[in-house]
Write a protein that binds this ligand. Structure first.
Ligand code: ATP
Length: 242
């Protein structure tokens, strides 16, 4: 099938993911269209991280299908998916702690073959996160949680993502750092990159997203425009602390 402008960037259809005999994701369907910021919100243990792992192939599907730009991801390795622009910033960041900031950013460009473009992109990341530039020769492991989140996002951008998967980028950060991270998420979105944002901070996620899906006990229980969900009494009661 040829790709058209209406083909979703990512489409999950009836996916199931199990740990042993226990289904953590139960027949879930959702999509992200080009340039969209879509959020997946829900309580601890709802299955959000597992869903992201299924998208990147880290966790196998028990059923259903995931398609990237209209083509099934089944049988494609993680690097194939990165090459096509599917890049994840995992929960807990996963920076290379014994490498410097610059080295971590270079690792993000591992699959690229354009040294000049890579250098330009490092400068762009430094533009988004001046703090990383100040500390560019510092070892990643010696940085604060917020700085490591910046670095993990910067490293992901070095792969020139078409779709960025962000798993709880605000987790464990100070309020100022949370503001900074969400500001940059909005910026990346404005520049045209599609984002799938997994967050427990539902209020902030809904304020940024175009659309959102609410996940509960492995199922999508609600979905729609983020604004409408933020005003929905059920969402407010369950996730927005009202
Ligand atoms: P969190 O914000 O805590 O990461 P989540 O919505 O991302 O929550 P998941 O981490 O996807 O939820 O977990 C979904 C369910 O799968 C939970 O019941 C969890 O205990 C279970 N689970 C997650 N990882 C594993 C694993 N490696 N082995 C067994 N069960 C797991």
């Amino acid at each position: 099938m040829s790709q058209t402008s209406t083909t979703p960037l990512l489409k999950a259809t009836g996916i199931k993911v199990a740990y042993g005999g226990i289904l953590a994701v139960k027949r879930v369907s959702f999509e992200v269209r080009p340039g969209e910021l879509v959020s997946l919100i829900g309580a601890n243990g709802a299955g959000k991280t597992t869903t992201l792992k299924a998208i990147t192939g880290l966790q196998p599907l028990a059923d259903g299908e995931i398609a990237l730009m209209g083509k099934t991801t089944r049988g494609q390795g993680a690097w194939d998916l990165v090459k096509q622009g599917l890049v994840m910033v995992p929960e807990g960041r996963g920076t290379f702690t014994r490498m410097t900031i610059v080295e971590n950013l270079q690792m993000g460009a591992f699959l690229r073959n354009d040294p000049r473009g890579v250098q330009d992109d490092i400068e762009k990341v430094f533009g988004l996160f001046p703090r990383l530039k100040e500390r560019r020769h510092q070892l990643a492991g010696t940085m604060s949680g917020g700085e490591q989140q910046m670095l993990a996002m910067g490293r992901a951008l070095m792969a020139r993502p078409r779709l960025l998967l962000l798993d709880e980028p605000s987790m464990g950060l100070s309020p100022i750092m949370v503001d900074k991270i969400f500001e940059v998420v909005a910026d990346i979105h404005r520049q045209g990159t599609a984002i799938l944002l997994v967050e427990q901070n539902a209020m902030r996620a809904l304020s940024l997203a175009d659309r959102a899906y609410v996940m509960d006990s492995g199922e999508i229980t609600m979905s729609g425009p983020a604004k409408a969900l933020a005003e929905d009494p059920k969402v407010k009661a369950a996730y927005l602390g009202e």
